[in-house]
Design a binder for this molecule. Structure first.
Ligand code: 1YM
Length: 647
């Protein structure tokens, strides 16, 4: 008698089954708890969970290639050539180990064996969660002898895993369709989002070969091979290339170290911009809010350059480089792999583990110092760049002091165009930042002046890309924003001085509007980052259409919604329905603007997440940088959004 049948006779099987179903049912009842959301983010997370298991197998040294496909109907297939998930009977559960992995909550990790789970999603859940949230999932395991197969529907199965053929190959293949009952908004994958994440994984796990294909459009299959022997060094080169940045030195600096079961590696290179890009990862998970590994790296870098300057008499007595100086124009990747990561913060985007800071700090200090001493010409270029940044910072300080003296920074001289609100408690106040005078005019008339302030923007856009902070303090477009918000910027930023709890960017749904949103988000990201991490920044969503029949009026935010309203208002007898497309906010009268975009009871505003700002910052570098090729590529890729963009 097979183990599982024995178990069934002993009733254990039934109990297990019940437990399993309750476990997976819990995932279906509260999917957000396991994958963050049931929106597009959660949908893509399903793919990462399965790919992570294949990457673990690659890191364990048994798998050299991972194939990821988007098939017609938005079915995902992930296949690796590893050992294959074990199919033998699990002693405790009485069913196949592979079935356990796919049906028992939290069994996604490696049970039994030691070692660490390097990959792993945001919430540390695995295959069983993907299974629970899939309309169907098919698992195929090849163990060098037999092909094993099992099918699940919404996490449940009718049949045990069974042998369906013979093979001399090994590996695991998982095919699944996200459940539209769970992912109500969409089950359509975004190729670019998956590509970005898979590429990132290929950089972080040097040597792993990921082949990614989008086969949804049979006439136009797309395949991309992601394979980087240089690992995170190539990641840095990739960032410079795609953003059109010119490296300052020829080679990417790479340092790495091991301490106990932990490893740390850093790749870094300076470029011709003033912008700092540091991406940190812990166990292949992007730590968007940094943490102990990133702090360790930053501390070491500042210390190395100061000590280098002192040692070679390049710094005068009392002269000192600060972090901002040594990170100007730097692109760096910091990646640590630990047995046990502690993620902190509201979005779990920060690495906690305190022991990691001194580990990374000491490793980077020693190895980077060695590198600089062995490469004096490069060292000098880097040091000189930091000194230039320091001088610019001094200049900025002077500009700031002058600006202060002119008392532009205190609320006694709020910008002339600001229509302030009467409420003073930031918990209740909002400011709408509006592009254009006509939209600003409507907003001023339409608002609730008790708690809504309006700041119309005017003047020429500052190219923040090429401008250091000192330029911001004289910019006619951005300075009013700074004074109105009250917090100041950069080093002086003080969130306790913030004058409005919600900062709402209101711009048209067209190219110019997207330009102004990108500018403001980039500006906030670079000079007032805490506003974003604190969740103060929002994007207003003005409607695209007004649909009406007599006195019945509807506002539509998409073509589909417009069509639905036309149908609704036309009714049985097909009366005439009018449609107006808003080309800009300026076309709305004050009442309409209030009703559709400003009334807290009816409006939709989207909170800006750190990731949105990071994206804006990337786009900004490409759009504003002086390299033609990446800009051209970006525009070609996004042609439908930026058709008329005049750059
Ligand atoms: C397309 C997804 O899941 N590959 C995969 C998973 C496992 C193994 C190999 C594996 C792991 C181990 C031993 C071990 C998993 N096994 C388990 C468990 N690809 C994909 N490839 N033998 C094979 O960790 O010791 C969980 S994942 F728990 F069953 F061992």
């Amino acid at each position: 008698m097979a183990e599982n049948q024995k178990a069934a006779v002993n009733n254990e099987y039934d109990e297990n089954q019940i437990q399993v179903l309750e476990g997976l049912e819990a995932v279906r009842v509260r999917p957000g708890m396991y994958i963050g959301s049931t929106g597009p983010k959660g949908l893509h997370h399903l793919v990462y969970e399965i790919v992570d298991n294949a990457i673990d197998e690659a890191l364990a040294g048994y798998c050299s290639e991972i194939n990821v496909k988007i098939l017609p109907g938005d079915v995902i297939e992930v296949a690796d050539n590893g050992r294959g998930i074990p199919t033998g009977i699990h002693p405790k559960e009485g069913i196949s180990a592979a079935t356990v992995v796919y049906t028992i909550l939290h069994a996604g990790g490696k049970f039994g064996g030691g070692g660490y789970k390097v990959a792993g999603g945001l919430h540390g859940v695995g295959a069983s969660v993907v299974n629970a949230l899939s309309e169907w999932l098919e698992l195929t395991v090849k163990d060098g002898k037999n092909i094993h197969f099992q099918r699940f529907e919404r996490g449940k199965y009718d049949e045990e895993i069974k042998i369906i053929g013979e093979t001399s190959e090994t590996g695991t293949t998982v095919k699944f369709k996200a459940d539209p009952l769970i992912f109500e908004e969409t089950t359509v994958y975004d190729y670019e989002i998956l590509l970005k994440r898979l590429r990132e994984q290929a950089f972080l796990n040097a040597g792993v070969r990921i082949v990614f294909s989008d086969l949804r459009n049979e006439a136009e299959p797309v395949t991309e091979v992601l394979h980087y022997e240089g690992g995170i060094r190539e990641f840095v080169e990739h960032i410079h290339k795609t953003r059109g940045l010119e490296p300052l030195t020829q080679k990417v600096i790479y340092v790495s170290g091991v301490q106990g079961d932990s490893t740390a590696e850093v790749a870094m290179q300076y470029n011709d911009s003033y912008n700092e890009v540091i991406l940190s990862f812990a166990n292949n998970i992007h730590t968007i809010d940094g943490g102990s590994h990133e702090t360790g790296f930053k501390n070491a870098l500042t210390k190395v350059l100061n000590d280098y300057g002192k040692k070679f008499n390049l710094l005068k007595d009392g002269e000192k480089l600060i972090g901002e100086d040594v990170r100007e124009g730097l692109t760096a990747i910091v990646s640590v792999k630990l047995t046990n990561c502690e993620f902190e913060g509201q979005t779990k985007g920060r690495l906690g583990n305190p022991e990691v800071r001194p580990f990374v700090e000491n490793m980077v200090y020693e190895k980077l110092m060695c590198y600089l001493e062995e490469n004096p010409a490069e060292a000098r270029d880097i040091f000189d760049k930091s000194m230039a940044a320091q001088r610019a910072r001094e200049a900025a300080k002077k500009a700031r002091e002058t600006a202060r003296r002119k008392s532009a920074m205190n609320s006694a001289s709020l910008p002339g165009k600001l229509a302030d609100c009467s409420e003073k408690d930031v918990e209740f106040t909002e400011i709408y930042i509006v592009e254009g005078d006509s939209a600003g005019g409507s907003a001023k008339q339409g608002r609730d002046r008790r708690y809504q302030a309006i700041l119309p923007l005017w003047g020429k856009m500052l190219n923040v890309e090429k401008a250091r902070i000192d330029k911001v303090y004289g910019n006619e477009k951005l300075m009013p924003v700074v004074t109105a918000l009250g917090t100041s910027i950069g080093e002086d930023f003080d969130i306790s001085k913030l004058r409005y709890g919600k900062i709402i960017i209101m711009a048209d749904a067209d190219v110019d509007g997207s330009h102004i949103r990108t500018l403001l988000l980039t500006f906030f990201f670079r000079f007032m980052r805490q506003l974003i991490s604190n969740g103060n920044v929002y994007i207003a969503q003005p409607p695209l259409f007004k649909v009406w029949r007599g006195k019945q009026v509807r506002y539509a935010f998409s073509d589909e919604e417009r069509d639905a309203y036309i149908k609704e208002l036309a009714g049985e007898n097909n009366a005439k329905v009018d449609v107006q497309r808003y080309k800009g906010l300026g076309e709305m009268d004050p009442d309409q603007l209030w009703e559709t975009t400003m009334d807290p009871e009816r409006r939709t505003i989207i909170k800006v997440e750190m990731e949105d700002a990071v994206k804006a910052d990337e786009i900004f570098t490409i759009l504003m940088g002086d390299k033609v090729a990446p800009r051209k590529e970006f525009i070609e890729k996004n042609a439908k959004f930026v058709e008329n963009l005049d750059i």
